[in-house]
Design a protein around this ligand. Structure first.
Ligand code: KG4
Ligand code: ZN
Length: 364
């Protein structure tokens, strides 16, 4: 009878410091034993974005307490862990160094294996922790740093089908909010304003809609928002609400087209998969309008729509511990203690870089 694997996971790639303890049963079932996240939002909001140096220092201050807290909540000593997993990219290099060095020190001191996890792999495998999803499935990752459509074939087997050629979707929300004078982070503020607005007042562009490739582009949309706002300046609250609602409508239509084509491709490539699934991850997946669009689209195309709870869609340690456990269970080798963090680290090594793909060095 084999025992569950129990891993400690550490996440420090952007502005959340996180530690978690997760168990993976031999049959593939996962249990979160502890999941502690400390958001640095307050430290960065005055600057309207994440300040890398402030983030790295905050990780240093918080991480060892969070690790102790996670172990205490799980009721397990470090000695009981089967391995230690830490995000080693992509992300802000200062933060990655803090998390990975801490994990290395613990691995060295205890003799446990170290798993240097790709942050995107953490997002990609979360649906197996929360919903026990079987491979293959399609994932839409929409966050402040990434907008990607990823085919998840298996542990360590990912194909990037689409990515943004300019801004990430969360970035487009944040920039739209900024130019309308709404607070950071922009996504929730735009969504709140949009609730009272007229989505048909402005006809914003729907970039790449109708094209066969599965990529995304949002910088033109942001420019159109700027022009609309300048054209009617000074903007009233009513104008802001209408712009936000029209912006969300354009994004919704764009996702419907892009992701819809991804679902069609999945059908073509995997006709034998009886219950195909679309998974979402990333902070933008919190948006009700976009979620509804994806849910309806999935239903119309016969896909199951899997949206993990928001706390597991945004950055967290559980997804990193889980990805480490999945790697270990799949028999993938642990990493050497001299493994280096990588600010850029595409999940799909075969995918060609496109011109610009989201905020520089930003988290996923
Ligand atoms: O996944 P996340 O917490 O951090 C990153 O990894 O980037 O995503 C943060 C992004 C921000 O750009 C934020 O504006 C956006 O997600 N966001 C939203 C909403 N909540 C957060 N965008 C649209 N609607 C929301 N309700
Ligand atoms: Zn992320």
């Amino acid at each position: 009878m084999s025992q569950p694997l129990i891993l400690l996971g550490i996440e420090t790639s952007c502005d959340e410091t996180a530690a978690a303890v997760v168990a993976r049963d031999p049959d593939g079932r996962g249990t979160i034993l502890a999941d502690v996240v400390l958001s640095q939002l307050d430290a960065h909001s005055a600057y309207g974005g994440v300040v890398p140096e402030i983030a790295a220092r905050a990780h240093v201050d918080a991480l060892d307490h969070l690790v102790s807290e996670a172990l205490a909540r799980a009721g397990l000593p470090l000695a009981r862990m089967d391995a230690i997993a830490a995000t080693s990219g992509p992300g802000l290099i200062g933060g990655l160094l803090v998390g990975l060095m801490t994990a290395k020190a613990m691995a060295l001191a205890t003799g446990k294996p170290l798993y240097a996890v790709n942050h995107l792999e953490g997002h990609a495998l979360t649906a197996r922790l929360t919903d026990g999803l079987a491979f293959p499935y399609l994932m839409l990752l929409v966050s402040g740093g990434h907008t990607q459509l990823i085919l998840v074939r298996g542990v360590g087997r990912y194909e990037r089908w689409g990515t943004t050629i300019d801004d990430a979707l969360g970035e487009a929300f944040d920039k739209t909010a900024k130019l309308l004078g709404l607070p950071y982070p922009g996504g929730p503020a735009v969504e709140r304003a949009a609730a009272k607005g007229d989505p048909d007042r402005f006809a914003f562009p729907r970039p790449l809609v109708g094209e066969a490739r599965l990529d995304f582009s949002f910088s033109g949309l942001k420019t159109a928002v700027r022009q609309a706002a300048h054209g009617i300046a000074p903007v009233t609250d009513r104008d802001i609400a209408d712009i936000c609602a029209s912006f969300q409508k354009a994004v919704s239509r764009t996702l419907k087209d892009r992701v819809g084509r991804g679902l069609d491709r999945f059908r073509r490539e995997f006709p034998a998969v009886a219950a195909p699934a679309l998974v979402t991850a990333g902070g933008v997946a919190a948006n009700r309008t976009l979620r509804d669009t994806l849910e309806q689209l999935s239903a119309a195309k016969g896909f199951r729509f899997v949206a993990p709870p928001l706390s597991l869609c945004t950055d967290n340690g559980a997804m990193i511990a889980w990805a480490g456990a999945e790697r270990m269970a799949a028999g993938l080798a642990a990493d050497p203690l001299d493994v280096a963090p990588r600010s850029r680290w595409p999940l799909d090594a075969e995918a060609k870089p496109l011109t610009g793909f989201g905020r520089r060095g930003a988290k996923a």
